[in-house]
Design a protein. Structure first.
Length: 258
């Protein structure tokens, strides 16, 4: 009888040792199955999901602008260098205007604007003509600079606002975590972990969107500044061309020759 009582006591002790406690059962039930980025996105609150989608779209816009503006800058800079080098020879303004034809690139616009002003002046080359040509060239340079810089402002906006948008997602996720603690009446890590993970993912996406936007914006600003310098060189070559023709008293345009 005593041996049977000892055996029952031993079996009960072993069962209590190996049986899972209530706290462990709750943690196992509440613990999220998938903490990968995609799993955290699917399990996130609708507000946090909206923030993540917006930041992902902003990152896509950043890289699209980078690709488009880089190709545009390379193409237009190469053409500007080619036309500027052609002006360095013994070319006359009428010949330069004839070569550009109906082209719409920046240096072609500079040449055509200069030739138009010379035509309106009826071939009279004086200080007034040079001042008027300089004004026209300045306006064309400003217009071409605005055109090449179009679309880069969105990069500055993304770089400035993306971290704060990500921070908003962080605050919202942490707030949801505290709400979960209050509703479950427990401080278990299984209750807090999903909201914190979602909050950190929103912060990470904000940085992923902001950092490349700032770097690419600064890179494009330097490229645009170099392009403006090329236009300044072309304008200087046109002013030198007019000055040389004035000194040689040989200022004839294509229409005047006809």
């Amino acid at each position: 009888m005593q041996d049977a009582s000892k055996l029952r006591h031993m079996i009960l002790t072993i069962a209590l040792v190996f049986a899972p406690g209530p706290a462990f059962a709750i943690d196992e039930a509440l613990l999220p199955r998938n903490l990968s980025p995609w799993g955290m996105f699917l399990g996130a609150d609708i507000i946090v999901k909206t923030v993540m989608v917006g930041l992902a779209a902003a990152s896509l816009v950043t890289w699209t602008v980078w690709l488009a503006k880089t190709m545009e800058l390379r193409r237009k800079s190469a053409l500007a260098i080619e036309r500027t080098r052609a002006l360095e020879g013994r070319m006359k303004l009428a010949e330069a205007a004839e070569r550009t034809g109906e082209a719409h690139d920046a240096v072609a616009q500079l040449i055509q604007s200069c030739a138009r002003e010379a035509e309106l002046s009826r071939g009279i080359v004086d200080d007034g003509l040079q001042e008027r040509v300089a004004l026209r060239l300045e306006r064309v340079e400003a217009a071409m600079s605005r055109e090449i810089a179009r679309g880069t402002g969105v990069l500055a906006t993304i770089g400035a606002t993306a971290p704060f948008v990500g921070l908003f997602g962080t605050v919202w996720g942490i707030m949801n975590s505290f709400i979960g603690i209050s509703e479950s009446h427990t401080t278990s890590l299984a209750v807090v972990a999903p909201g914190i993970a979602e909050a950190l993912l929103a912060t990470a996406l904000g940085l992923v969107a902001a950092i490349p936007a700032v770097v690419i914006y600064n890179h494009l600003v330097r490229g645009i500044a170099n392009y403006r310098a090329l236009l300044g060189d072309a304008s200087a070559q046109l002013m030198l061309l007019i000055s040389r023709q004035r000194d040689s008293r040989d200022f004839r345009l294509a229409r005047a020759a006809e």
